[in-house]
Design a protein around this ligand. Structure first.
Ligand code: ZN
Length: 363
């Protein structure tokens, strides 16, 4: 019996490999002596955390989905820099995988846009409202069931197996934190438009993008390192930019103004760090800027020509009008993004009285 169990275990290890400790899944990619990217790989789940070392201490931009997930990543970053003097935590927005590990950085100043504290409130409600908490736990439980079911079938593919195992460990830690509860720490240093953090040898320029992907989207530019951390503004290559339910015309104008300012000749950018993919380049930014400009121009023109919303939707199909982007397939969280964007922009323009003339919207 014992031998059979041992043989079974050996076969299991041979086929799917051993379950590793959390730290062994985490990737640290060094962009420069002062900047690293840290992330926990998964099948369809990557969230970039940017860590910076400076004369005034360590800084992290975004803190993953829960403290249990963030803890081993934090440890890896500290090992990479041989120090643990955390000075600042910056949250690019209030979605859970960007600000749920803040409580691990005791003593550091948490920084975010003025809208961030209120936007983070949902993380508390998800823990305190039983139905919401149950729904979230059920959702993650189903993800874990699917991952465990996929494990035996992935046996011939070591890389895929490792990613499944990586996901399982990630979600197990997340579930534990959701079940037990964790402290949600909101920012103590906030800003409205722009804010500069002086780190001695480095400066971090924080820029509010406007209400789009969320209510508090923040980009961080590090001129000395020629690095731009975009949060979810450049989500990943090909991902449609967003115009949100709460976007106003002033937000769309702000998107354009911010992108124009970053694309100016005096702004040097070698690395664009998106929220959820491998690093991008400066050349990935103009299509985002052009998308917003073209959407604004086209929806305004359609309204002036008396087109219906349905006709405008047909005219602004992603495949023909915006070939740099793709509308994800059904089932993907981003499915229908273009339709939502057009509808939101239509709503924004219909709220404007009188309708702005095209020449007023050019930058
Ligand atoms: Zn997000």
């Amino acid at each position: 019996m014992t031998t059979a169990i041992h043989l079974g275990l050996l076969m299991h290890l041979f086929v799917v490999g051993p379950q590793l400790g959390p730290g062994e899944y985490i990737r640290i990619e060094r962009l420069s002596p002062r900047v690293v990217l840290a992330y926990w790989p998964g099948i369809d789940r990557r969230c970039n955390l940017t860590a910076i070392q400076s004369q005034k201490g360590l800084v992290i931009i975004d803190t993953e989905v829960s403290p249990g997930v963030m803890a081993p990543i934090k440890e890896k970053i500290e090992q990479a820099f041989h120090r643990r003097d955390w000075a600042y935590v910056i949250n690019t927005h209030a979605h859970d995988n960007h600000c749920s590990g803040n409580c691990l950085f005791k003593g550091a100043v948490i920084v975010g846009h003025n809208n961030l504290p209120e936007d983070m409130q949902w993380l508390i409600r998800r823990q305190t409202e039983p139905d919401w908490k149950r729904r979230e736990l059920d959702h993650v439980a189903s993800i874990l069931r699917n991952l465990r079911a996929a494990l035996p079938q992935s046996a011939g593919n070591r890389m895929y197996t490792r990613l499944i195992r990586s996901d399982i460990t990630f979600y197990e830690l997340f579930v534990k934190d959701l079940e037990e509860g964790y402290e949600v720490v909101k920012p103590s240093l906030m800003f409205a438009d722009r804010h500069t953090l002086d780190l001695g040898d480095l400066t971090l320029e924080l820029i509010f993008f406007g209400k789009g992907h969320s209510l508090c989207d923040t980009l961080v530019y590090i001129p000395q390192e020629r690095v731009l951390v975009t949060g979810a503004i450049a989500y990943q290559r090909g991902q449609l930019p967003e115009i949100g339910e709460q976007s106003q015309l002033q937000d769309v104008h702000r998107f354009l103004a911010v992108l124009d300012s970053l694309l100016g000749n005096c702004v040097k950018i070698d690395h664009v760090i998106p929220s959820h993919s491998a690093p991008l380049q400066r050349s990935d930014l103009p299509p985002i800027r052009d998308y917003y400009q073209r959407m604004l121009t086209e929806v305004q023109a359609a309204r002036q020509q008396g087109l219906t919303l349905e006709q405008t939707l047909a005219r602004l199909a992603v495949r023909t009008k915006f070939p740099a982007f793709r509308d994800p397939p059904p089932g993907h969280w981003g499915y229908g993004m273009q339709e939502r964007n057009v509808k939101n922009l239509w709503r924004i323009l219909s709220e404007e009285q009188p309708q702005p003339q095209p020449q007023n919207v050019q930058h």
